[in-house]
Structures are given as structure tokens and as C-alpha cells.
Design a binder for this molecule. Sequence first.
Ligand SMILES: Cc1cc2nc3c(=O)[nH]c(=O)nc-3n(C[C@H](O)[C@H](O)[C@H](O)COP(=O)(O)O)c2cc1C
Length: 447
Amino acid sequence: MKRQIHLVAFMQAQNCTTIPAAWRHPDARPDFTSAAYYQHLAQILEHGRFDVAFFDDRLAMPDMYTGDHAHTVEHGIRAVKMDAATVMMAMGLGCKHLGLGATYSTTYFQPFHVARLFQTVDLMLGGRAAWNVVTSVNDNEAKNMGLEGVIAHDNRYDMADDFMEAVLGHWDSWDDDAIILDKEKGLFARPGSVRRIDHKGNYFQTRGPFTVPRSPQGRPVIMQAGASGRGQKFAARWGELLFTAPPHLPAATAAYNNLKSAAEANGRDPNSMKIAALGFPVAAATKTEAEDKRALYDTLPNEIDQLSLLSEALNYDFGKKGLDEPFTDAEMAGVSGMQTMRDRVVQAGYPNPTPRDFMEVTQRGRLNHAWVGGPKEIADIMEEWFTTPACDGFVIGPSWLPGSFEDFVTHVVPELQRRGLYRKEYSGSTLRDHLGLPKASIGDWKL
Ligand SMILES: Cc1cc2nc3c(=O)[nH]c(=O)nc-3n(C[C@H](O)[C@H](O)[C@H](O)COP(=O)(O)O)c2cc1C
């Protein structure tokens, strides 16, 4: 069959999308704390035949900016952040085909807990679950989770490697056919089909035996978005659905090729890993209407939104600086959050950027590199990226909800289908089926 685009919906279990101003949109639904809200979105996405919706996570309320949370609460800058796995479960019960994913950190939980949580959801959703593996970036999260500050970037990934071995070990410790349920013979499951893992890594110890059987897709899909050198190495080893956030097509193509070759160098089939590039489409029936929608949207964000989000992402209080005061070399070197974001600003020609330069280059808090257009303009961009190839699909970031997904599904999806680039119907029932990945088999992740 012709190669098909995969679509991933970028979800937040919070009061706004990735863009804090989303809640201020006149038509944004206010009931974001209800299951009905997420189930309504599930219906829209399933109607659009999306592969999966996934929830990002941050284990803290933004309060890095000026060292206080008052601005966060006042402006609704991700002031609400509910548990991603619980909301994923609620959303998944409101649809039949759509895959559901949630972000969980390898830095602040135990592998047994995460393995059990996701394998349980995978069973409850009939093999539609995925786990987005992150290492967590900022000090606020550390302070909520028992540490004084964030662990150094590369060390977090070393821990994460160990974590993954433990989680996948647990997931693979039940054979697919372990359960017999023979009431007459009194045999529930074959004792030899459930193993202890006795994992003793550098960071985590967990013995087993694990207490959750295999699911229809074997085990949950691993999603990952490492972007630094160390992060990409991790992604290429473990990831099955990878996210990239490239600012333009050449960057997307480079990230795609790097990740696929790194996977190959690890002895993996590059086709066993799908890569989805992040985009923020603003779609309508015509380009002019889409531009009007964007213009309305652009009136909503404010400067505090931007500075607050930059502070969180870069783990640095932007309130310490005047808007036009340059970062010194030492301050730049001390940025311990998302280093790829900091480096992007340097590469844009600002070795010593001011907060205003950071805002301008990253567009954090605003509609970042949005694709604004009617069906043709947006499908043209997606087709070009997909066929280059610079990705196997897209993470669709909504500007506000439910309108962004409704517009995308109404205007862009039919055009992609017409071009033969995207499914008209689901052909299987599990998330691995949607992604064109085989059912997971025991030990297939071992190098
Ligand atoms: C689409 C997408 C979603 C992400 N979601 C999260 C998230 O929910 N929580 C988080 O801490 N990091 C998240 N990240 C950040 C990545 O996990 C990663 O830390 C980031 O891309 C920087 O790469 P590095 O860790 O290799 O420096 C996301 C990144 C992308 C592109």
C-alpha cells in the first residue's frame, strides 16, 4: 500500500492548549476539567481518523518567572495540569479506535509503577495505549517531586535508559498465551509463562513478577521526543513514535535522517520507527478565512504568557532581566532546560540574546510557525514534508479547542484523503495497527 500519513493530536489535560491564550478564545469550551470535554475531542479526532491523541505533562505549575505563581494563576498560563494518564483513560473510553498516549517522567517515578499503569490502560483500551517518555526539564518539577533541583541533562537520559530496561522487562515478563483460565482443571495461568526480571541497574532495582498480562498489541507504544545529541540517541534506541519540532523543512529533513540512521546503527529497522513533525495548522474553507481566524487568535496572547513559558522551558527566570538586557556568555552556558531551544536562538544570529530576542525567535506562547490556509495550502505543506521525506506524519498542535481540531478535520483531512495520502477508514483495532507497526513480540527491543 502507498505510504500513508500518520496523525497525532497534541493534547493537554489543562485549561489551555500549548498556547496559554487558548482559554481566552471566545469559542473555547470552558469545561476542561470534565470527561465530557475530552470525549468530545475524541469523537472529533476519531471522525478525522487520527492515529493517536497524546497528553503532554509537566509536574509543576509555572512559577519560574519572577519566582512566583501569581501571574500564572491570574493569566491562566497552564495553571491547571491534571494527571495525564487518568485523563487519557477517560478520553479513551469515549471512542473506539483512536489511540491514546500520556507523558510520564522517568526521573520521578518508579519503573514498576509506570509499567503497571500503562499496561493496565492498554488492556482497558483494547491495545490503544502509548507512553510518551520524558526526563523532565525544570527545577519546579524537581521541587514537587522530592529533589532540590533538576538532575543534569545527560544523567537524566542515563537514568532513563535504565528505567526503560526495567519497564520493558516487566511488560515482557508475561507470555501472550500465559492465561489459560481452565476452571475444570483449576489452572488459571501457566506458571512457566510469568517470569521475574530481577532488574538491578545503576539507578533502579525492581524484582517482579509483574502483575499485568499482555495486551492485544503486546505492550504500549513508546513515544519520545529527544532532540539533543543524547536525547536523539535515546529516542533512536527506544522510540517507536518519535516527535520532532523543526522550524522549517530542511531542519525536519535533517532530524528525520539523523533519527532513522541512528536507529539503523542500533540494529533497528528504520521503518519500525515513525517520526511525526509538530505543526500548528490554522485551517478554514479558504485562505482568507483562515487568515481572519489567525488574526483573531493573535489578539489573545500577552507578553507575560511568553516570558513565563520561556522561563519554564529554559529553566531560567526571565524576570531577572530587562526586556532588552542581553544574556552574558556565562548565563547562556548556565541554561539547563531545553538546550535545543536556547541553541536555536543563538543560531538565529543572537549569541547574547535579550529576552525580547528569545520571544521573537521562539515565538513561545504565540502561534509558532503556524500553517495558515485553506485545504490546498495546508495539504500542500504536509504533502511536501511527507514526501521529501521529512516525516512519516504530523503532531497537530491546536491553537484553541475544540475549534482547531474541528477545522482541521473538516477542511484538511478530506483533502489529504482525496490525494491518497491518508486513510479513509481504520484498518485495524490497535494503535500498532494504525501506525503500521507489528504486534510487539517478547524481547524485540533488546539490542
Ligand atoms: C511534541 C513534543 C511534546 C513534548 N512533550 C513533553 C512533555 O509533555 N513533557 C516534557 O517534559 N517534555 C516534553 N517534550 C520535550 C522532549 O521530551 C525533549 O525534552 C525536548 O524535545 C528536548 O530534547 P532533549 O531532552 O534531548 O534536550 C516534548 C517535545 C515535543 C517535540
